[in-house]
Every structure is written in C-alpha cells, then in structure tokens.
Ligand binder design. Structure first.
Ligand SMILES: [Zn+2]
Ligand SMILES: [Zn+2]
Length: 78
C-alpha cells in the first residue's frame, strides 16, 4: 500500500491516524494529531506554536521553539 502523494486532510501526517481536528507543526508544517504534539504554547492572543515529537528531537528546532520562534507559517484548524 502506498499513500505517498495522496493528500488526506483527515489523516495525521506523522502517525497516519484519523483526525477529527488537527494542529499543524510550526517546524515541519505537517498536520498532526494531538498525540503527535510534543508541546504547544501560546505566543500571542491568537497565535499558537505547535511542535511535533520529531521536531522536538531536533535540537535546533527545539531551541527555536523555546525562543517562541516558528519556522513554518501554518494555519491550524480547530
Ligand atoms: Zn499522529
Ligand atoms: Zn514537526
């Protein structure tokens, strides 16, 4: 089975689990489910930064997360 190139809004791009609501990782831009989120923080009234478990293991990205800087500009749907 090859799902490569197939865009499914309702599937987590990290663990392939079905999604009812998703967050987008601000460091790789993937749409991920709640269990793939390592951490999230609110940086402004309407802005939230999300980092997935993969990006968390990347020291560079983790540092940027701690500095409240996002790499990928994504819009999360609730
Ligand atoms: Zn997931
Ligand atoms: Zn990520």
């Amino acid at each position: 089975m090859c799902a490569k190139g197939v865009f499914l809004l309702s599937t987590c791009e990290r663990c392939k689990k079905e999604l009812f609501r998703y967050s987008a990782c601000n460091y790789c831009g993937r749409k991920i489910c709640d269990s793939c989120i390592k951490s999230s923080q609110r940086v402004a009234k309407v802005k939230k930064i999300v980092i997935c478990k993969d990006c968390w293991s990347n020291m560079k990205k983790r540092k940027q997360y701690k500095n409240k800087a996002s790499i990928v500009d994504v819009t999360s749907a609730a």
